[in-house]
Design a protein around this ligand. Structure first.
Ligand code: SF4
Ligand code: SF4
Length: 277
């Protein structure tokens, strides 16, 4: 069994407790207008061309079997480009290969209370692989976290629940109309699954990106607070994450257009955090 993964990052401090290795699955069923990992959206490997790095030497065209007119992802241009301007994003991994990578930092996890986080894209879309790698990590004694946007059928959560120590759960907007406008789908399934997860007593950290002009309003924060107040259990943590304009170079490398948003002020973020107390 294998999965398409576009990155494995070691020494992360932001994807759960302690020092973590984060495994990024390729493929996402949402299209957040502010996405800073646009390479995560397509489920298949892709060629990325960083124009700003290119020295114009022409080696890629000379060596490409198709003279760059079409791409079979053979990797020859990447191998010959000395400027690192051409990169294939996404590679197929087996469960054993991923486990081998994450076990490299086992001693760091043990000393810091860390572990492994599966993220994306939407890692829950490659469910069978995710279940197998979570089981393998638990058998190896690792703390496991699943970072999800929650727009999947509940049966997928049921499959991973017993092997997941923590869910990092993204809530983008409490207003379904706004959610649909900026993310591509309404928020009903996402909130329903969050409610069920909390009913099950799962450990959950909620993460809400705060995007200027989209969801940076008192109403949004109070709606989140009201929703959580009605649940059987409360999440262990709620993180409000201010928008940052990262990832622009990746949009251009994929020939995609990036939308701009404003960054909420420090004062506004502090106020929103107070509202959640
Ligand atoms: S090999 Fe690299 S540096 Fe040379 S033209 Fe191609 S992309 Fe540009
Ligand atoms: S990956 Fe292979 S087919 Fe694709 S552009 Fe590079 S050399 Fe050509």
């Amino acid at each position: 069994m294998d999965a398409v993964i576009f990155d494995i990052t070691r020494n992360s401090f932001v994807d759960g407790p302690g020092i973590r290795t984060t495994v990024f699955f390729k493929g996402c069923n949402l299209r957040c207008a502010w996405c800073h990992n646009p390479e995560s959206q397509n489920p298949n490997p892709q060629m990325m061309f960083y124009k700003d790095k290119c020295k114009g030497c022409g080696m890629c065209k000379a060596k490409c079997p198709n003279h760059l007119e079409s791409c079979t992802l053979c990797g020859i241009c990447e191998m010959y480009c000395m400027a690192d301007a051409r990169k294939i994003c996404g590679k197929t991994y087996t469960v054993e290969e991923v486990l081998k990578e994450v076990l490299k930092d086992k001693s760091f996890y043990e000393h810091s209370g860390g572990g492994v986080t599966f993220s994306g894209g939407e890692c829950m879309l490659q469910t069978s692989f995710l279940v197998e790698i979570l089981k393998a990590c638990k058998d190896a004694g690792l703390h496991t976290a699943v970072d999800t946007a929650g727009h999947v059928s509940w049966d997928k959560f049921e499959q991973v629940l017993s092997f997941t120590d923590l869910f990092l759960y993204d809530v983008k907007s409490m207003n379904s109309r706004v959610h649909k406008e900026y993310v591509g789908v309404g928020n009903e399934l996402i909130l329903e699954n969050l409610s069920k997860l909390l009913d099950e007593g799962a450990k959950v950290w909620i993460r809400m990106p705060v995007i200027g002009g989209v969801n940076d309003s008192e109403e949004e924060i109070l709606a989140l607070k009201e929703f959580l107040g009605k649940q059987k259990t409360i999440p262990e943590k709620i993180e409000l994450l201010p928008y940052h304009a990262m990832g622009e170079h990746k949009y251009s490398a994929l020939d995609m257009e990036k939308k701009e948003f404003s960054v909420p002020s420090k004062e506004k973020m502090e106020y929103f955090n107070q509202l959640l107390q």
